[in-house]
Every structure is written in structure tokens, then in C-alpha cells.
Unconditional design. Structure first.
Lengths: 524, 133
């Protein structure tokens, strides 16, 4: 009996061996998209010290030790370039582009010790980075790279080779570094990135770095990217804004900035009814609208707001020299005027003086906030990856809008772009944004919002190429009632370019001179 | 009368070519009463945002070289209007028009540039312009 059982067992074992020989090794389960591609969507971060130095390194001040990620020996610099690298390392505290909060470039952004989120559609992979609201798009739609223009973040064109996403990154400028240690490249840089999921929570990330002006041969770095399984959002690290607040170059506005957890500003309950009333009737479609496979409206594409000069005044305004006129975008209250409280009217008048131009956060190249991001005169891109609507602004900033019904962040967590959560009401995307920090202005003439602001936006497609956009702003610190603006977002054919703003911002110095001269005059 | 009509035309052109971040402070910086057209040689083009800058040498009335700095719309607005790096290398001769700085320095806000072959490119962008392509 026992012997027969043993024979049976060994037969079973044999058949298992036979089975496993007949088939390829069992595949590790990785998530896949509807079209069968590896699904890279999620929040990712390295767990290494590549951002300090791509090569093996001991600790130095502000630079923790770590193992290198360069494959097969030292970085193959040409002789002059090796000397330049040593020079960079010595002066890094001032000459590292990141020490000045400049855009990090690719590949450096990929292994900084800040998380980033990948959103995936069949045509695009969008990456939104916690670092300074940087974003990066990998086009997988076979569109060609533009010519005659370069970018801090390069231009990325991807294709799938089996289960590996292979990305060519070109059109770099010569101003970014590869790490804190001064490793660098020229504008001739060409990268080939390879993204391969090795399990559900790991992407093996490899980059071949080719730059015949600086290196003697192409070389490769490789490292895993790990999924942050515990995170459902990434936050903001607005490098330049934090630096200028710390140095005093950007001054707090005590009446609008979030003062801390003691500030419990509640929206009066009767305001909700009023704001809902203002936006109660979605516009009727004027033509066929685009739809996704699941029947929801397809809002994807490049858009330019016809914001009617809203960035220079939400109400109707005449042209001023070098400033556009505005037709007025306020649809509620019916008189088209912002229902400001008395103190805010006085403050808004003061902000119109030339010397206050310096105080507009966008003059410092900080992000525009909500709803201003939607009507600054620069294009935006909308993507609808599974579970989200993502808005990428050409003026380097992003909004990621989850549709999963999650709760807003706790009230004490405040962000420049706020916390946006969306839902569909029929064919209208409704987005509620809270947790704003009150640091942004509504436009260049200084119309006001505070940390008490709550914004409800409605995106309704009215034909294949137009989205009717409305935003109702409720801010009981600044206004006597909620108000609503409306304008179309018009489809564009152009891809987004890159606005690297703070990196070469000569205007701020001029605005500062105007402000300082006015202050000096007042003192004397 | 004639001058004001001309100013109107110039202003209409300016609306069509506003720098992307045209700030109200521009009116503090540049003078609508000082329209200016110069012919010169590009020494440097700084492709920057929010506004780009063209540096131009002109030969003054006394025969001496004057160095001028012209502010334009942002690099992206220029690119979309057909500006290309290879067309604006140092040594390029062009006509540039716009408005001079109030402080009397050799600084101006550009409305357009015109190349020797007569091709004219506007120097900025505005919300209404970009929206109407």
C-alpha cells in the first residue's frame, strides 16, 4: 500500500516536472491595461542614492553615501569633461541647477527622492512629479518629435517592445545635471529609457546615455522603481516658492494665506444652494461629442481657454496699454461684478498699482492655483487614464483629479493647486477643489481669493472640439456670496511645449525695481 | 488726428502680439507714447519664458554702435508664431518695432520683427490670439 502510494507520488512529481519543462517559466503576474500592455499607472519612487551621485560614493555634507547605478565601470568621460565634472562637484552648492530650483531634466527627475505618479492611456504616458509640479509626457502615439526647439525636460517618444516601454528622449538643453555630484551632459544628449515591470510593484528602469560631445561611448544606468503602495496621492514641493518664502523674497499676505489649523472657515450652508443654482443648467450640446469606450464623454486633447482676458480681470475691462481687454466671464452674479467684501475691494484696488505687480505669485513663476490655471493664456492637455482626469498645464503645473469618490485631505493640509476630486453628473465632469493655501491671485490685476476658497468646476463637452467650462468660487472670507465664471475651452492641434519660467525670469527683477522704488519714495 | 489713428492701428497690432504674461506693470515699464522702429543686427537671442529677449546692435546717428535689449512674448509663443533658432542667430539683420522703456534706457517691448526678405513675425501672444489660432 505504502509502496504503491510512493510510486503514485513519484509519478505525480514526474508529471509536474514534465509540465514545467513543457511550458516557459511561470510568468510573474503584472497588471495590464485594457489593450494588454503592462500597466505602469501608480505612484513610484526609487530607494537609492542615485540623485546624490550616480557612482559609488561616500558621504559628504548634505550628500548621504550610497552605491552607484552605473553598469560596468566608471562614467566614460572625455578628458576635458572629466575635469569639468570635478569643477562642477567643487562648486555644486551654487552651480547645481537644483540648488537654484531649476527643472531637473531627464533622467535626473526619475531618481530624485520625491515620488511621482504615472498615468497611462493608449496614446500617452503622463508623469506628474511632486518636485515643483513638474510633468513629463511620453508620447506613445507615434507622433514625431518637434524640431528646432529644446526643453529642460527633453522630448520623449515611446514604443512598446514586447512588455518593455522603450523611450527616446531628445531635444535636451545643456543646462541640467545628472546628479548632485556634478555629472553632466551637453545638448547633444540622447537617452534610451527602458521600463520593464518585474512584478506588480516594481519597474526595472534602465537608461542608456549617449552624448558624443561629453562621453567616449554610450553608458547605462539601471535601478528599480518601487510602487508606493501606501500612498493614494502625491503632494507638492514647490522648490522656488519655498526658497523665496524662506528668504523673504515672497512675502506672506496675512489676510489670505492659510494661518494654520486654528482657521476653521466653514462655507455658509445657504451658499451651497446659491452656487448650485448658478450652475444648475448644463449647456445643451451643439453637435456630436466624443465618447470613451465606457460611454463617458472623452475630454482628452489639447485645449486653450478662451478666457476673454480673465487673467487680466474677470469682469468686463477696457484695454490698457500692453494688457488685453476682457469681455467679462462672470455669469453670476448677473451684474458681472465680483461680490467682494469691503476690505477686499480696498485690497484689490491696491494690488492694481504697478508696485504690487511683484506680489503676483505668477510673476515669480509660481503655480496659478484654481481656477486661474484654467484661464492663464497658455494651453493645457486633458487625459483620462483609468480612474482619473489629469490636466497638464504648459506653464509647468498639473492637476490630478481622482474619480473614485475618495474623501478630501484633512483641512490642515494646504496646497497651491488644492485637492481636487471629480465625479460625473450625466455628461458633465464636476470637480470640487478644497485645501487651497490662499497664496494665489485670481489674475494679474490682483483679484482676490483666500484659503477659505472652495471651487466647484463643471466641464461639459458641447461638441467634438469645445468644452463649456464653469467654475463657482465660494470664499466667505473675501466675498459676500458665491460667484461663477464661464468660458469655452477650445481644442488645439499643437502638442504642449514647456514653459520653464523661473529659470530665465528677467521680469521679476524689473518688477522688484518698480516695487522697491515705490517703497523708497513712500519712506522719503 | 492722423497720429491718434496711427496709434489706434499700432495698438490693434499690439493686441495681436501681446507678450504671454503681459502684466499691468508693463505700462509702468514701457511708454505707449514712444513707438520705435530700428534696423539692427542680432547679437543674441535669449529663448526664455515668461518673456524672451533679443539683443540688437544698431548704428546710431553719430556712427557709434548702440546696444539694445528688446523684450518679446515667451519662447513658446514665439515658436508657435514661426520663430526658429536658426533664423535668429547672431549676425541676422532685421527691423524691429515696438515701444521704448519709460526710463529712457535702450530697452524696448517688441511688437514685431521683419527680416530682409520682408517676412514679418509678431513678437508675442495673447489669450485671444492663441485661442483663435
Amino acid at each position: 500500500m505504502a509502496a504503491r502510494f510512493r510510486v503514485l507520488l513519484s509519478a505525480l512529481a514526474l508529471s509536474i516536472v514534465a509540465l514545467s519543462c513543457a511550458r516557459p517559466p511561470a510568468e510573474v503576474a503584472i497588471p495590464r491595461t485594457a489593450d494588454g500592455k503592462p500597466d505602469l499607472q501608480g505612484i513610484w519612487q526609487v530607494r537609492n542614492r542615485a540623485s546624490v551621485d550616480l557612482e559609488d560614493h561616500v558621504a559628504r555634507h548634505g550628500m548621504p553615501a550610497g552605491r552607484g547605478v552605473v553598469q560596468g565601470g566608471p562614467i566614460p568621460y572625455q578628458a576635458w569633461a572629466a575635469a569639468k565634472k570635478t569643477e562642477n562637484a567643487a562648486s555644486r552648492q551654487t552651480s547645481d541647477p537644483l540648488a537654484n530650483c531649476y527643472l531637473p531634466g531627464v533622467p535626473r527627475i526619475m531618481y530624485m527622492e520625491f515620488p511621482f505618479q504615472i498615468f497611462q492611456t493608449p496614446d500617452h504616458l503622463a508623469m506628474t512629479f511632486e518636485w515643483s509640479q513638474v510633468h513629463r509626457t511620453i508620447y506613445t502615439n507615434r507622433a514625431p518629435a518637434p524640431e528646432g526647439i529644446d526643453f529642460w525636460m527633453g522630448d520623449s517618444r515611446g514604443r512598446w517592445e514586447g512588455d518593455t516601454l522603450v523611450v527616446d528622449v531628445r531635444n535636451h538643453n545643456e543646462r541640467t545635471w545628472l546628479d548632485m555630484a556634478g555629472n553632466f551632459h551637453s545638448a547633444a544628449l540622447h537617452l534610451v529609457e527602458r521600463y520593464t515591470m518585474t512584478d506588480a510593484d516594481t519597474i526595472q528602469y534602465e537608461v542608456t546615455i549617449e552624448d558624443p560631445s561629453v562621453f567616449t561611448r554610450p553608458w547605462t544606468i539601471a535601478m528599480p522603481l518601487h510602487r508606493l503602495t501606501e500612498a493614494d496621492r502625491i503632494f507638492e514641493y514647490q522648490c522656488q516658492a519655498e526658497a523665496e518664502e524662506a528668504s523673504g523674497a515672497f512675502e506672506p499676505e496675512a489676510r489670505t494665506w492659510y494661518p494654520g489649523p486654528s482657521a476653521l472657515m466653514k462655507i455658509p450652508p445657504e451658499w451651497n444652494g446659491e452656487s448650485a443654482q448658478a450652475a444648475s443648467k448644463p449647456p445643451a450640446p451643439k453637435g456630436e461629442i466624443r465618447r470613451l469606450a465606457d460611454g463617458k464623454p472623452d475630454l482628452q486633447g489639447y485645449f486653450m481657454s478662451d478666457g476673454g482676458g480673465a487673467n487680466y480681470g474677470l469682469g468686463t475691462h477696457e484695454v490698457d496699454f500692453l494688457t488685453p481687454p476682457g469681455r467679462g466671464v462672470i455669469i453670476d452674479p448677473p451684474d458681472g461684478l465680483l461680490p467682494m467684501q469691503a476690505w477686499a475691494t480696498i485690497e484689490a484696488e491696491d494690488r492694481k498699482t504697478p508696485e504690487r505687480g511683484y506680489d503676483d505669485p505668477t510673476a515669480h513663476c509660481f503655480v496659478a492655483g484654481v481656477p486661474r490655471s484654467m484661464y492663464v493664456p497658455s494651453p493645457l492637455q486633458i487625459l483620462q487614464p483609468p480612474g482619473y482626469v489629469v490636466v497638464l498645464h504648459e506653464r509647468m503645473s498639473w492637476r490630478t483629479i481622482p474619480l473614485d469618490g475618495r474623501a478630501h485631505l484633512p483641512d490642515h493640509l494646504r496646497l497651491w493647486q488644492g485637492d481636487s476630486i471629480g465625479r460625473w453628473e450625466g455628461d458633465t465632469l464636476v470637480v470640487e477643489t478644497t485645501n487651497l493655501n490662499g497664496k494665489t491671485w485670481l489674475n494679474e490685476v490682483g483679484e482676490i481669493v483666500s484659503h477659505a476658497e472652495r471651487v466647484v468646476e463643471r466641464f461639459t463637452p458641447v461638441d467634438a472640439d469645445t468644452i463649456h467650462y464653469e467654475a463657482t468660487v465660494s470664499d466667505p472670507l473675501v466675498y459676500t456670496r458665491p460667484w461663477t465664471i464661464a468660458f469655452p475651452l477650445n481644442r488645439q492641434t499643437d502638442e504642449l511645449l514647456e514653459v520653464a519660467c523661473h529659470e530665465d525670469n528677467q521680469d521679476l527683477q524689473h518688477l522688484k525695481e518698480i516695487r522697491d522704488a515705490a517703497r523708497a519714495k513712500r519712506r522719503s | 488726428m492722423r497720429a491718434s489713428r496711427l496709434a489706434g492701428i499700432v495698438l490693434a497690432l499690439v493686441w495681436g502680439a501681446l507678450p504671454a504674461g503681459a502684466h499691468h506693470s508693463f505700462s509702468a515699464e514701457y511708454d505707449s507714447k514712444k513707438p520705435l522702429t530700428l534696423t539692427g543686427t542680432v547679437t543674441e537671442m535669449r529663448w526664455a519664458n515668461p518673456h524672451a529677449w533679443i539683443y540688437i546692435d544698431i548704428v546710431g546717428k553719430d556712427g557709434k554702435v548702440e546696444k539694445w535689449a528688446w523684450e518679446t512674448g515667451g519662447a513658446n509663443a514665439l515658436y508657435r508664431r514661426g520663430w526658429r533658432k536658426q533664423d535668429l542667430v547672431a549676425g541676422t539683420v532685421l527691423v524691429i518695432d515696438g515701444f521704448q522703456a519709460r526710463n529712457g534706457s535702450r530697452t524696448a517691448n517688441a511688437t514685431s520683427i521683419t527680416f530682409k526678405d520682408g517676412k514679418r513675425l509678431f513678437a508675442g501672444s495673447s489669450s485671444q490670439n492663441s485661442a483663435t489660432k
